[in-house]
Write a new protein. Structure first.
Length: 227
């Protein structure tokens, strides 16, 4: 039995049925809130710092095959960084988060990404740059967004802006994350079995519909269909 809290644990051993997602960024940018909005459909206006790391597992079903995203929430506080960084390894997706109302947090994303990439094989991860607190958006935020789009290009990351408070773009964002991660897992599995596979898409193979936000009874289940 694998110990999920063992930092050396890599979900690759479960074939493509689970993908590891690591969320990094400065303290207070809204990492926990983003995850909580997606996984539990809740928003808490009070700040509770993450101590070290935490994770959520979000279940999906793709053509009858169970598929999970294991989403790691890491602490932004400097004093917890060495604990959190032990969990960067084996990530298929790295989500670098900044606060749209705080340019400094955008400036720091390069360093967060560098630290997370160092623990992973080159070219093995999808990278996202995510601006949070879109609901607080004003003219200054729009200027920051221009810088963010430029930076995302440099990082070879996909850029998204979201609000955990209103839920804007949150479901769409994680649907994109799941689609890319699942597609990547399938490719890896095919490569392993038949030796060589060329690129067959960039997240456009899978259309994902998540229904857990509407029905608490669904226990985080969502469905995907291949197209
Ligand atoms: N208005 C608004 N506030 C938000 C949003 N997302 C998060 N917040 C608030 O920002 C504060 C920090 O959010 P957290 O999610 O705890 O931040 P974090 O990045 O996880 O912080 P650490 O755990 O210390 O790394 C909290 O008071 C949240 O309520 C948002 O989309 N809009």
């Amino acid at each position: 039995m694998q110990d999920i809290w063992d930092p050396s644990y890599s979900p690759w051993c479960s074939l493509f049925k689970i993908s590891k997602v690591v969320v990094v960024g400065d303290l207070y940018v809204g990492k926990t809130s983003l995850i909580n909005r997606f996984c539990k459909d809740i928003f808490d206006r009070d700040y509770k710092a993450t101590i070290g790391v935490d994770f959520e597992i979000e279940r999906f079903e793709i053509a009858g095959v169970p598929y999970n995203l294991q989403i790691w929430d890491t602490a932004g506080q400097e004093k917890f960084k060495c604990i959190a960084s032990a969990y960067y390894r084996g990530a298929e997706v790295i989500i670098t988060v900044f606060d749209l109302a705080d340019i400094q947090t955008l400036d720091h994303t390069k360093q967060w990404l560098e630290d997370a990439l160092r623990e992973n094989e080159p070219g093995s991860t999808f990278v996202f740059l995510v601006g949070t607190k879109k609901d607080l958006s004003d003219a200054a935020c729009e200027r920051i967004e221009l810088d963010a789009v430029r930076l995302a290009n440099e990082m070879q990351a996909e850029y998204w802006s979201v609000s955990a408070k209103t839920g804007e773009n949150v479901k769409e964002f994680f649907s994109r994350v799941a689609a890319l991660a699942f597609e990547q897992s399938m490719l890896k599995e095919l490569e392993k079995n038949i030796g060589h596979v060329t690129q067959i898409g960039r997240g456009n193979l899978i259309k994902l519909e998540k229904n857990s936000l509407e029905t608490p009874e669904s226990n985080g289940q969502a469905s995907m269909s291949c197209c």
